[in-house]
Write a protein that binds this ligand. Structure first.
Ligand code: GLA
Length: 380
């Protein structure tokens, strides 16, 4: 996929030349393993064909200048004097420069134009895509080696320590290391990963409820603390270290609420491994059942779903051509994901939209996404 004519034109308008290079990093949708990443567990996201793209050229000084087409805003900063004042998208760009420099990378200045088509705040990881696109830009200009796992960690560090949002490693790893045609099976403790081929005949539908998550940060942090408490009480480093059999025996050591939180994590971890088996056996039916079970667990045990998410997931699950559906990402709003028979996706989308609008009065956005490669440099 070459650079879009619109981005090239915007670059020419602003800088008077063609860009020297163009980088992109994708958003993601998570198929299985939700809230498991910060429990050192397993996840299985796919990188999707919605991305952040940056067209750029080097500068001879130590400045970085980025213009966002979507926000119609620019930021300029010096690599010798990174300031914490910026908010919004610019904070992510500066935060990545900070993380790279803190890790010892020698950075060079550049200027460019940034644009994206990932819905924001929808649980499709537009922030991680912005971090990885920025890292890819710095790596291209400064001649840094591109190690996806290292870059994902630095993106996460920028988000945790510079922007101040607690998140796990899943989104950054999906954006850094995804591969077209595959899901990314990731061990969030070792960061070892494998690309699992998507079975033929399955389309991935993203169901955006049109609602945006409120209170998500505090609820997210609260869930993290509850999981840490469960691990501490059970005497393990992380909930990853307890499997479903061990949990059956020891569950009563936990208070009822903590027990439900832990039960979700431990079962969703197991479901990631089962999902891989189902995919390798081309068993879309079992894979779909696993999605449905994961949704029920997120709704009842982990309590991060919402009325809108439940409504759209149930509408999806009612359709004959749907193998299974669940909320995806942190929860409380945003998107669900459904696996649907290829060829039936438009009928599915129309029907789910109609039922959802009828039930909730809200306007959904439903689209089939293609799997995509992780962060890369676009051909000139
Ligand atoms: C957000 C976080 C991820 C992960 C998911 C829930 O997307 O950024 O690290 O914890 O929520 O699975």
């Amino acid at each position: 996929m070459p650079i879009s004519p619109q981005l090239e034109l915007a670059f020419r308008d602003r800088f008077g030349t063609r860009p020297v290079t163009c980088v992109r990093a994708p958003g993601r949708v998570n198929l299985m393993g939700e809230h498991t990443d910060y429990n050192d567990g397993f996840v299985m996201p796919v990188a999707i064909d919605r991305a952040i793209t940056i067209a750029l050229r080097p500068r001879t000084d130590r400045l970085v200048t980025v213009h966002s087409l979507d926000y119609q805003q620019s930021v300029t900063f010096s690599l010798d004097d990174l300031q914490r004042g910026e908010r919004g998208w610019a904070a992510y760009v500066i935060g990545v420069a900070w993380a790279l420099q803190s890790a010892g990378s020698a950075l060079l200045g550049w200027e460019g134009i940034l644009s994206g088509d990932i819905p924001k705040g929808a649980g499709l990881s537009s922030s991680a895509a912005l971090e990885l696109a920025t890292a890819r830009a710095f790596a291209a200009i400064s001649g840094l080696a591109w190690d996806p796992a290292r870059m994902a960690r630095l993106g996460q560090q920028a988000e945790n320590q510079w922007v101040g949002v607690q998140c796990g490693i899943m989104d950054q790893m999906a954006s850094a290391a995804g591969r077209a045609g595959h899901a990314l099976f990731l061990d969030c403790r070792s960061l070892e990963y494998r690309h699992i081929p998507m079975p033929a005949g399955i389309a991935i539908a993203v169901l955006d409820t049109g609602t945006r998550r409120g209170l998500v940060d505090s609820a997210y942090n609260e869930r993290r603390q509850q999981c840490e408490l469960a691990a501490r009480t059970l005497g393990v480093r992380a909930l990853r270290d307890i499997d479903t059999a061990a949990f059956k025996v020891r569950a009563t050591e936990l208070e009822p609420l903590t027990r439900r939180r832990a039960r979700h994590i431990i079962r969703d971890n197991a479901r990631v491994l089962q999902a891989i088996q189902a995919m390798q056996a081309d068993d879309a039916g079992t894979l779909g059942q696993l999605l449905n079970a994961s949704h029920a667990s997120l709704r009842d045990d982990f309590e991060v779903s919402s009325e809108a998410l439940n409504a759209i997931v149930e509408a999806a699950q009612r359709q004959e051509e749907c193998f299974g559906a669940r909320m995806t990402g942190a929860g409380f709003g945003g998107c669900a994901v459904a696996l649907v028979e290829t060829g039936q996706a438009s009928r599915f989308a129309e029907q789910v939209a109609a039922e959802y609008i009828h039930q909730t009065g809200l306007n959904p956005q439903i689209f089939v996404c293609q799997t995509a490669d992780g962060a890369n440099i676009l051909p000139a």
